[in-house]
Design a protein around this ligand. Sequence first.
Ligand code: GDP
Length: 198
Amino acid sequence: FARPWTFVRGMSRVDDLPPVAGTVEVAFAGRSNVGKSSLINALTGQGGLARTSNTPGRTQELNLFKPERDSGVFLVDMPGYGYAEAPKEKVDVWNRLIRDYLRGRPNLRRVFVLIDGRHGLKKNDEEVLDLLDKAAVSYQVVLTKADKLKPGGIAKLAAETLERIRKRPAAHPEVLTTSSEKGAGIDELRAAIAALIG
Ligand code: GDP
């Protein structure tokens, strides 16, 4: 996780992404407002890198970040989903982009699926896990905003979440718990990513 990281750009079509050959990617998915931007900022140690937003569902693009001194590694911030007021066309655009992305990136090592520690797995999170299972892409669940719960509460949710995803066909790495606000679990997530892209 050598700094500095830079924002490459937002891409609304999979065809616009960098070539697959010689590169590795890990991606982050989650409902709007799950804390995805905050987590990317915490991971990279760069507060302003990913734009945290108070207008959830605004961005419909894949946002790519790379270390300044390494041209072969990308963090991919996937557009947030589950925005209550999203019109059907937007949901369709999201689905198409994500489906194309998951099917078209053999260099994609893992998708970290962020789940709000206050809410747990929702129906649209399960739908994203369905897409990942169908595309046979590796994924790992990361609970966010752990500081909003008591320690016992977040551990219980992690165990319940693992129990629910255990029925799925993919391999099941441990459920990570994080707080971007307090820094909890960030080193563990960094280590998981480093093991994938190293
Ligand atoms: P995104 O839409 O998924 O990118 O979410 P953001 O990173 O913009 O965060 C959404 C809201 O959750 C913001 O108000 C953040 O301040 C808040 N938030 C994000 N991470 C944490 C966290 O670890 N703890 C707490 N308490 N709040 C958080």
